[in-house]
Design a protein around this ligand. Structure first.
Ligand code: ADP
Ligand code: MG
Length: 610
């Protein structure tokens, strides 16, 4: 029998390798941008068409390549970054495997223009499916310019597996955020279908965080700084009130490289223990410097997981540094900070069980939008303005509490209500997921839950408009969406007003838009739903010319984002809703003038039961 084992042709081997390194357009962006950084670029431009499907262009002003290097760069295991196995233990560059360009060239159409600064003339190479189509001398700018076209043209299964453009774009933006945060001194521009998404100048860390996540985060940042022989930690953490229900602003970097580290994440979470709103995750942007010999970044092909020596000791230091920072900003009043600067470090233990980090409970069916809407009547920034309404309302209950005591539901949850419980002792019953009933002195008060929430949101929006302090929450994954021509026109006409309410929506042309930020007081996970119902509401309510445009947008937005009928509310949510309603200046009427509440007089019951 003849031999059957053969060596795979390079093009096939490269395609297989590509499967590991290049999963989607975002992987190409990551690899090419990292190469540009390794090349010493101070300016990197990323230009995309169709979320990278059609074109990914990355140009840099880095060192460029000689004509031989330009050709060599596409060979597998071709790298200028390490020469021997020993170098693997002192990696300071982003790349080192020499796989990326070979992989990309195996599954796309790649054009490269590159020129070294001291050369007169540059090199052009065109490679498609691992085959060099053309190489020639060319006049071009200093640095390197890659054009990657028709990604996965020869791997139909992969191409089919790509998600919608908006999803792929989110992945790209995600990569850019990580790289841009790791390299605040490098200027980046990101353009998608000719619309700028980011224009980042030379920044420090704080400015870069703000440039990426919005001005609103600025006053919420608390600096962290710790310097020990084992690790240096610096960066920022977010105030507890800035914590969100969804992930998005959690970043660790080690030696200038983004990393995922669930174990260290728990150290941060534990530092925040008991001071976070329920089920929220604080923001953090933490930069670690360690001896490169003490970490192993080679355990994962896409290199976001990093293994540390002395993991337990570092865990303790992260936890202590974050606590210390929170304490300095009076967020954790009860800590003794005498140790500041000389944190006691226990001997590193092999066994993590000693530390007992809190376990994170994740409920995959949990929809933060649903609950947040119920809670978000005011959001954390909301301050009751009008005490008199509350006092007025309190009178409804005078001498009444004792009589209703028997009705108090004995619920464990009551113990957990953090909220200043000014109406505790009163009974609220949700009826038909639509009304809230409460016995008062003169009868039975009936509150329409949706109208009540509309009123609360409306007054909040009006307060935002008046203060001109926009509380916008930047979206980690900006939502892109397309509208019909008339809806697009309607939305365009409201963009300015929406902006003053905290919506950061950009017109992309062709009736498509991108939502980069949403009002801080609204849940930000389904902004599209809100925009859609807002447009519906704007269309269906007769336009009253006397009504100021801003007020109309605020009212429509309140209607569009208020809890709907049919949402059942937890006792603490009902309490919060009631508190906030009676802190409104006009609790009796919804923004469109409908009655929010009524009291059925006791006489009426007596008549009915005569
Ligand atoms: P790695 O980054 O792991 O070395 P790559 O396949 O990504 O492997 O790149 C191969 C080589 O091509 C790099 O080591 C570098 O010498 C060269 N190279 C790639 N991109 C650039 C660039 N933008 N500027 C200069 N040289 C580059
Ligand atoms: Mg590389």
């Amino acid at each position: 029998m003849s031999d059957i084992i053969q060596l795979l042709p390079d093009s096939v081997a490269n395609q297989i390798a590509a499967g590991e390194v290049i999963q989607r357009p975002a992987s190409v962006v990551k690899e090419l941008v990292e190469n540009a950084i390794d090349a010493g670029a101070t300016q990197i431009k990323i230009n995309l068409k169709d979320a990278g499907r059609t074109l990914i262009q990355i140009s840099d002003n880095g060192c460029g390549m000689s004509d031989t290097d330009a050709r060599m760069a596409f060979e597998r295991h071709a790298t200028s970054k390490i020469k021997s196995a020993n170098d693997l233990f002192a990696i300071r560059t982003m790349g080192f495997r020499g796989e990326a360009l070979a992989s990309i060239a195996a599954i796309a159409d790649v054009e490269l223009h590159t020129k070294q600064h001291d050369q007169e003339i540059g090199t052009f190479i065109h490679i498609s499916g691992s085959k060099v189509q053309k190489q020639e001398a060319t006049a071009c700018a200093n640095g390197t310019n890659f054009l990657v076209k028709n990604l996965f043209f020869n791997v139909p299964a992969r191409r089919k597996f790509l998600k919608s453009n908006s999803t792929e774009l989110k992945h790209i933006i995600n990569e850019i955020q990580r790289i841009a945060l790791a390299n605040p001194e490098i200027c980046f521009s990101l353009i998608h279908n000719q619309q700028p998404i980011y224009e980042l100048g030379q920044d420090n860390i704080r400015k870069r965080v703000v440039a990426l996540f919005g001005k609103n985060i600025n006053q919420n940042l608390i600096p962290v700084e710790t310097d020990t022989s084992l690790i240096k930690i610096k960066g920022y953490i977010g105030q507890p009130k800035h914590a969100r229900k969804t992930f998005g602003e959690q970043f660790f970097f080690v030696n200038g490289r983004y990393m995922k580290h669930p174990f260290f994440h728990r150290a941060v979470m534990q530092a925040y223990e008991k001071i976070l709103p329920p089920e929220t995750i604080p923001s953090y942007f933490l930069y670690f410097e360690v001896d490169p010999g003490n970490i192993d970044i080679n355990i994962h092909p896409t290199k976001t997981e990093v293994k540390f020596e002395s993991e337990s000791a570092i865990w303790q230091m992260i936890q202590a540094s974050v606590r210390e920072a929170l304490g300095k900003f009076n967020v954790v009043p009860s800590i003794d900070f005498d140790q500041a600067g000389s944190i006691e470090i226990p001997m590193p233990k092999r066994d993590h069980s000693e530390i007992q980090p809190p376990s994170i409970k994740i409920d995959p069916t949990y929809n933060p939008f649903e609950t947040e809407k119920k809670y978000s009547g005011g959001g954390s920034s909301y301050q009751p303005q009008e005490k008199s309404q509350v006092e007025h309302w309190e009178k409804l209950y005078q001498d009444f509490e004792k009589e209703t005591e028997i009705l108090q539901p004995k619920q464990e949850e009551n113990l957990e209500i953090e909220h200043s419980d000014q109406f505790s002792g009163k009974t609220f019953i949700q009826f038909k997921s639509k009304y809230i009933l409460s016995p008062v002195k003169s009868g039975l008060m009936v509150i329409d839950q949706k109208r009540a929430h509309e009123r609360i949101l409306f007054e909040n929006f009006m307060a935002v408009l008046a203060s001109s302090e926009v509380a916008s929450q930047q979206q980690l994954f900006p939502h892109t969406f397309e509208l019909g021509a008339d809806d697009a026109e309607l939305l365009r006409s409201m963009l300015e007003d929406l902006k003053s309410l905290g919506f950061d929506i950009r017109d992309f042309g062709n009736n498509s838009f991108i939502i980069n930020g949403t009002p801080g007081m609204l849940d930000s996970s389904s902004p599209l739903e809100i925009i859609e119902s807002l447009l519906e509401d704007m269309k269906s309510t007769a336009s009253n010319l006397k009504e100021k445009a801003k007020e109309k947008v605020a009212a429509s937005l309140a209607r569009a984002s208020a809890i709907s009928y049919g949402s059942s509310l937890k006792p603490e949510e009902i309490n919060q809703l009631i508190d906030q309603l009676f802190a409104c200046t006009e609790p009796n009427f919804s923004p469109s003038g409908k009655q929010v509440l009524t009291i059925m007089p006791i006489e009426q019951f007596e008549k009915l039961l005569r």
